[in-house]
Design a binder for this molecule. Structure first.
Ligand code: MN
Length: 223
C-alpha cells in the first residue's frame, strides 16, 4: 500500500523554522510521509503541493486579528508570515479538494479562512482551557460532547476527554463549517466540513492516535 504524503506547515521560533516532533512521529507511525512547508510565495507553494495527499495545519501562535477585521485584544504572539503560509496553503487545499487536518491554532485559522472570527482571550470562569499546559497533563483537560453526525462520533462516540492548551477559540463560525464537539462551557472543540477535520485540543500529545490513523487513511483513498 502506497504511503500518502502529508504536508505540514512550519512555525517560527526566533530565526528558526520549527515543527514539533510529536506531529511528525504521529503521522509517520500512521503510515504517512511528511513534507514540511516554510513561508514562501503562493506560486511556489502550489508547485510543492502537487502530488500532496493531505495537509496538516498544526498548533502555533495566535492568528493576527486583522485577518478577521478586528483590532488586537490580547492576541500574542502573532507572526504574519506564518498566517500567510497557512492561509495560502488552505486556499490551495480548498481549490484542489485536498484533505485538511487542523490542530489547535490549525482549527482557529481554518475558521478564519472560512470567514469566521476568534475569541481573542477566553474567560477562565467555567473551564480553564489552559489547564493542561499548567499541569503537564497530556491526556486530561476537560470532557467534550460529540455530535452524532460526522467523523469524530465514529471515532470516539458521544463523549471523550481531551487535553486543553488554548487561550483562544472560535467565536463566529466560518461559513460551511459544522460544529461536531463542544466542551461543557460551550467552547467549540471540533469542526468538520467536506475534506476538513479540525480539533481544538492536541491529539499528537495524547497516548492514542485514532485521529492521525483516520486522517492518513482518508488521504490514502484520495490519492
Ligand atoms: Mn479546551
Amino acid at each position: 500500500m502506497s504511503k500518502p504524503i502529508i504536508a505540514v506547515t512550519m512555525r517560527i521560533h526566533g530565526k528558526q523554522y520549527v515543527v514539533n516532533q510529536d506531529y511528525i512521529d504521529a503521522f509517520q507511525e500512521a503510515g504517512a510521509i511528511c513534507l514540511l512547508l516554510v513561508p514562501q510565495g503562493k506560486k511556489e507553494l502550489e508547485i510543492l503541493l502537487d502530488g500532496v495527499d493531505g495537509i496538516c495545519i498544526p498548533g502555533g501562535m495566535d492568528v493576527d486579528p486583522s485577518r478577521y477585521n478586528q483590532s488586537n485584544r490580547q492576541s500574542d504572539p502573532i507572526e504574519s508570515e506564518i498566517d500567510q503560509l497557512d492561509l495560502d496553503v488552505l486556499d490551495i487545499a480548498k481549490e484542489r479538494e485536498i484533505p485538511v487536518f487542523g490542530i489547535c491554532r490549525g482549527l482557529q485559522i481554518i475558521n478564519v479562512a472560512w470567514g469566521g472570527t476568534l475569541i481573542q482571550d477566553l474567560p477562565k470562569d467555567l473551564i480553564d482551557h489552559t489547564f493542561s499546559s499548567k499541569n503537564n497533563q497530556r491526556d486530561k483537560g476537560h470532557p467534550i460532547q460529540i455530535e452524532t453526525v460526522g467523523t469524530l462520533f465514529l471515532l470516539f462516540g458521544h463523549e471523550t476527554e481531551v487535553n486543553t492548551y488554548h487561550h483562544q477559540g472560535i467565536d463566529r463560525l466560518g461559513e460551511g463549517l459544522k460544529v461536531v464537539a463542544r466542551a461543557p462551557d460551550g467552547m467549540i472543540e471540533a469542526i468538520e466540513a467536506p475534506n476538513v477535520i479540525a480539533v481544538q485540543w492536541h491529539p499528537e500529545r495524547m497516548a492514542e492516535h485514532r485521529l492521525f490513523e483516520y486522517f492518513v487513511n482518508m488521504c490514502r483513498k484520495n490519492g
